[in-house]
Ligand binder design. Structure first.
Ligand SMILES: Cc1cc2nc3c(=O)[nH]c(=O)nc-3n(C[C@H](O)[C@H](O)[C@H](O)COP(=O)(O)OP(=O)(O)OC[C@H]3O[C@@H](n4cnc5c(N)ncnc54)[C@H](O)[C@@H]3O)c2cc1C
Length: 453
C-alpha cells in the first residue's frame, strides 16, 4: 500500500507540533514554510553573538504540553524558573516586586487598594466553573463567554483590582484589552495560577524550535497560495511564485494564522468557515530588543505595566548573560514590548522615531537603557497575538462543530494555530496536537503508545 502523506502548511509551533506527532505515528510529512526559517512568531534571532527571541518569550510552570515537549526533546536542562521576586509591576514611576499567582500576592499588587478583601471569591468562582474550564479545549466554556474580563473583575473584586490585576495580567500575557477580552481567557489561563511560576528557556525559545524542526522534511521559502482537490482523491497545495511547485497529500494541516488559512483554503471552505476567519482579529505589537553590557546588579526580570499607567509599553523583560549561553556573560538584552493601541499607528512609522520614543519610556523603568546600547533590533507585528474577545469561544465552539461535520463528509483539511486554543505557545502546541489527532483518527492510524492525544 502507498505510504500516507500529510502536508503541514506553516512551521510555527502549531505546525511543528502537528508534524512531529504525525511522523511519530509513521506518516510521511512535508512542512511548507514561507519564511527562510521555521518558528514563526517564536523564531530566535542571532545578533552580535546574542541568541534571543524578539518577544522575550516566557511561559508558566503549569504549561503541561510545553514542558512535555521540552522534556521529550531532551531539553529539560533548558528550563529555568525566574527567581522569586523577579516579577515586578509599575505604579506611577516605581516598580515593586509582585507575586501575581497567589491570593496574598494579588491582594498586595501596587495600587490594588482594599479590593483584596473580596479576593477569596475567585476560588468559589473557579470551583463553580471548574467543570468547563479546560486549557486544552477552552471552547467548552462557551456558556460563560458572555462578559469581558474587566467587567467580571470590577463586578466581583472592584475597579482597582480589575485595573491592577486583570488588566495588567492580560496586557502582559496577551497584549489584549481586558475591556474586550472574554473572561473565559482570563479564567482558563490566569484566574489564579495556583502559584505557577514564570519559566523561561535558558537559551531562548529558539532552541525548542530548532529541536522540533530537526529531522523534519522542511520546504523553506515556499509560500502556499491555494489548495484544491486532486484527481487522485486527495488534496493539492499550489505554491505562489515562478516555481509554481505543487504538493499532493492525503490530508493537509493548515497551521498558518487565520487570514492566510482563509486565503489558502478558500475554495474548500463553507460560508460559515469564511465568516469565522474573517472575524478573527489580532493585536499588533512593536518590540524593541536592546543589547547592553551588563551593569552590576541588573538581574533577570519581567515588569508589567498596567494600561492605567497610560504608557506605550505593556511590559519589559530583562534577560541577563549569567543565566545561560544565549547571551554572553556580563551582558543583557532588555526587551520593550508595546501595547496594541500604541503599536498600530507606529507599524509604518520611521524606525528611528519609534526606537527613540520607546527608549525614552523604557529608561523610566530600566534606567540602564540610558547607556549606549551594543545593538538594537526593532520587530513589528501587525498580528502579534490573536484576540479572544467576548463571544470568541462561542465562535470557536461553532467552528469545531463545522470541522467535525466536514470530516464526516470526507474532507481531509485541518486547522491549527494559537487562534484556536489560546494566545500563547501552549495554545499553539495544543492546537497542533488536536489537528494531528484528528488526522490520525480519520486516516485510521494509531498514535504511538504513551503519547497523550
Ligand atoms: C512579541 C511577542 C511576544 C510573545 N510572547 C510570548 C510569551 O512570552 N509566551 C507565550 O507563550 N507566547 C508568546 N507569544 C505568542 C507565541 O509566540 C505564539 O502564540 C506562537 O508562537 C504561535 O504559534 P503558531 O504556530 O500558532 O503561529 P505562527 O508562529 O504565526 O506560525 C505560523 C507559520 O505559518 C507560516 N505561514 C504563513 N502563511 C504561510 C503560507 N502562505 N505558506 C507557508 N507558510 C506560511 C508563517 O511564516 C509562520 O511560520 C508572543 C508573540 C509575540 C509576537
Amino acid at each position: 500500500m502507498r505510504p500516507l502523506r500529510v502536508v503541514v502548511i506553516g512551521a510555527g509551533l502549531a505546525g511543528l507540533e502537528a508534524a512531529l506527532r504525525l511522523e511519530r505515528a509513521g506518516i510521511g510529512v512535508i512542512l511548507i514554510e514561507r519564511e527562510p526559517h521555521p518558528g514563526g512568531r517564536a523564531a530566535g534571532s542571532l545578533l552580535h553573538g546574542f541568541r534571543f527571541t524578539p518577544g522575550a518569550h516566557a511561559f508558566r510552570s503549569g504549561d503541561q504540553r510545553l514542558l512535555e515537549r521540552v522534556a521529550s526533546l531532551g531539553l529539560g536542562l533548558e528550563i529555568d524558573p525566574l527567581p522569586a521576586g523577579s516579577e515586578g509591576q509599575l505604579l506611577r514611576d516605581r516598580v515593586s516586586a509582585i507575586h501575581p499567582t497567589r491570593l496574598r500576592g494579588i491582594a498586595r499588587l501596587p495600587g490594588a487598594g482594599l479590593g483584596g478583601l473580596r479576593l477569596p471569591r475567585i476560588q468559589r468562582l473557579l470551583a463553580r466553573y471548574a467543570r468547563v474550564l479546560d486549557t486544552q479545549a477552552p471552547e467548552r466554556a462557551a456558556g460563560i463567554d458572555d462578559r469581558s474580563a474587566f467587567e467580571f473583575g470590577r463586578l466581583y473584586f472592584g475597579r482597582r483590582l480589575a485595573e491592577r490585576w486583570i488588566e495588567a495580567t492580560l496586557a502582559e500575557v496577551t497584549l489584549g484589552d481586558a475591556r474586550e477580552t472574554s473572561r473565559v481567557l482570563f479564567l482558563v489561563r490566569h484566574g489564579l495560577g495556583d502559584g505557577a511560576r514564570r519559566v523561561v528557556l535558558r537559551s531562548g525559545v529558539g532552541v525548542l524550535v530548532e529541536a522540533m524542526a530537526k529531522g523534519r522534511t522542511l520546504q523553506l521559502g515556499v509560500d502556499a497560495a491555494a489548495l484544491e482537490r486532486s484527481a487522485a482523491g486527495g488534496l493539492r497545495i499550489v505554491a505562489a511564485g515562478a516555481s509554481s511547485a505543487s504538493f499532493e497529500a492525503d490530508a493537509v494541516v493548515c497551521a498558518t494564522p487565520p487570514a492566510e488559512a482563509a486565503r489558502i483554503a478558500n475554495p474548500l471552505l463553507s460560508y460559515a468557515e469564511r465568516a469565522f476567519f474573517a472575524e478573527s482579529r489580532a493585536v499588533a505589537s512593536v518590540v524593541l530588543s536592546v543589547g547592553l553590557a551588563c551593569e552590576r546588579g541588573l538581574g533577570p526580570r519581567r515588569i508589567r505595566i498596567p494600561p492605567v499607567e497610560a504608557l506605550p509599553l505593556s511590559h519589559v523583560a530583562i534577560e541577563t548573560g549569567s543565566r545561560g549561553e544565549a547571551i554572553p556573560a556580563g551582558h543583557a538584552v532588555v526587551t520593550l514590548i508595546a501595547r496594541d493601541a500604541w503599536s498600530r499607528p507606529h507599524l509604518a512609522a520611521p524606525a528611528e522615531v519609534v526606537e527613540k520614543e520607546l527608549l525614552v519610556h523604557g529608561e523610566r523603568i530600566v534606567p540602564v537603557l540610558a547607556h549606549t546600547p551594543l545593538f538594537t533590533q526593532l520587530a513589528r507585528w501587525e498580528s502579534a497575538y490573536p484576540r479572544f474577545d467576548v463571544g470568541r469561544f462561542r465562535a470557536i465552539g461553532r467552528f469545531q462543530t463545522i470541522q467535525e461535520q466536514a470530516r464526516r463528509d470526507g474532507r481531509r483539511l485541518y486547522f491549527a494555530g494559537d487562534y484556536l486554543v489560546g494566545p500563547c505557545m501552549e495554545g499553539a502546541l495544543a492546537s497542533g496536537a488536536r489537528a494531528a489527532q484528528a488526522v490520525l483518527t480519520d486516516l485510521g492510524v494509531r498514535p504511538p503508545r504513551g503519547e497523550r492525544p
